[in-house]
Design a protein around this ligand. Structure first.
Ligand code: ADP
Length: 373
């Protein structure tokens, strides 16, 4: 197979270094190298001609340090860049790599083989990088499409469902004396079925909204968020006589408080739903600080989760075999999305028969991923 031609631009103000680099590549007939001494000349060249890789010295007469790389990157994000650096400038070169340069080469430690290999790797890596970016964008678009679709479908299902519920209620109240036991039983089944469907539709709607950040994050007292969630679950808590243990006062967090309270309601609600036959149901709520993240947990002594189910319960509609009849299998997907838009993550540790601990993180400074509005 014929070797493809590679066009390289070298931006280097030291003539000696430039000569050496060109000599290293002289044997490689399929490599064309152009040399300029200034950043401005390099940028002009890049405007005129498409090149496959750029060899860049960061200290040039018209630009110094990371600024040199930043200007190249800004105008030519698609070009793979290899930084040429001296021994004492390695940290700077590494910083440029962190900001998107493909690699760096230390002058004086380069030979012909190393140089050509680094150039080829840089070109291939950049191609893979771009492919990955494209795939990520496609995936994001598909996800968005799916969310929009879920929203539309669940939204459209709501109206006929409300009609069914309304008429079935009318039937049950206005015609109660004309219905025999069998008819009443059938009506009960219709009501039960439509209640389940209503829960499913509202969970699906919630899920399609959960990935969007629709309110600015602000500082909120987590103690208050928690007390709202617990207040909403009071009926269940009293019915099952659940004991709560708070490890200590909670901090203030940057968040959408309504969403975070939804997370806590879901996790505590699940902890209660999946208590099983536990005689002394107990839920422990706690937190600590891990680097730049807060870590919160909800620990229960309920039925626990089999190891093989742990990996899938955060996926939509996935439920463990021991799930209650009521659930929709959507709650934890909503929770995960909400945590992710806050820039955190969620996981579970569990032992079947002993209980589960759901642990999630929230950045202390409150920077969020996925800033969709
Ligand atoms: P749902 O509760 O509606 O089924 P979720 O998405 O909230 O849906 O939970 C998914 C599944 O994860 C549940 O069906 C259950 O099997 C399991 N699960 C969630 N929380 C707990 C818990 N605290 N203890 C045991 N199992 C749990």
């Amino acid at each position: 197979m014929e070797q493809e031609h590679i066009k390289i631009l070298l931006i280097e103000d030291n003539a000696g270094d430039a000569r050496l680099i060109r000599e290293f590549l002289v044997e490689e007939r399929y490599v064309n190298i152009e040399w300029v001494e200034r950043l401005s000349a390099g940028l002009d060249h890049l405007d005129r001609e498409k090149i496959d890789a750029l060899l860049l010295d960061l200290s040039l007469p018209d630009s110094q340090g990371l600024e040199t790389f930043a200007r190249i990157r800004h105008q030519n994000p698609e070009v793979p860049v290899l930084i040429l650096t001296g021994l004492d400038d390695k940290d700077l070169a590494l910083e440029a790599v962190r900001k998107g340069a493909q690699d760096y080469l230390v002058k004086g430690q380069v030979d012909s083989n190393l140089l050509i290999r680094a150039i080829k790797y840089a070109i291939e890596r950049k191609k893979l990088d771009e492919k990955l970016q494209r795939t990520m964008k496609e995936l994001e678009a598909k996800n968005q499409e799916l969310e929009d679709y879920t929203y539309t479908v669940s939204h459209d299902l709501k109206a006929p469902l409300v009609t069914i519920q309304g008429f079935s209620e009318l039937l049950g109240t206005q015609y109660a004396d004309q219905l025999d036991a069998k008819a009443k039983h059938y009506l009960d089944r219709i009501n039960q079925g439509s209640e389940n469907l209503a829960r499913l539709v509202s969970d699906l709607l919630e899920l399609s909204r959960a990935g969007r950040k629709n309110r600015e994050f602000e500082k909120h007292d987590f103690n208050e968020i928690l007390s709202i969630s617990i207040h909403g679950l009071e009926g269940k808590i009293n019915e099952k006589l659940v004991e709560f243990e708070y490890q200590h006062d909670f901090p203030e967090v940057y968040c959408d408080d309504i969403r975070l309270s939804q997370v806590m309601s879901n996790l505590i609600g699940n902890a209660i739903n999946y208590m099983g036959e536990q005689e002394k149901p107990k839920i422990i709520l706690g937190w600590n600080q891990q680097g730049n993240m807060y870590e919160f947990w909800v620990k229960d002594n309920g039925i626990g989760i089999h190891e093989e189910d742990i990996g899938r319960i955060f996926n939509i509609f996935e439920r463990a075999a021991e799930s209650s009849a009521e659930g929709t299998g959507i709650g934890l997907s909503i929770v995960k999305k909400i945590i992710q838009i806050h820039g955190g993550n969620i996981q579970v540790e569990s032992e079947f028969g002993k209980g589960s601990t759901f642990i999630f993180t929230i950045p202390i400074k409150g920077e969020a991923k996925n800033e969709q509005k």
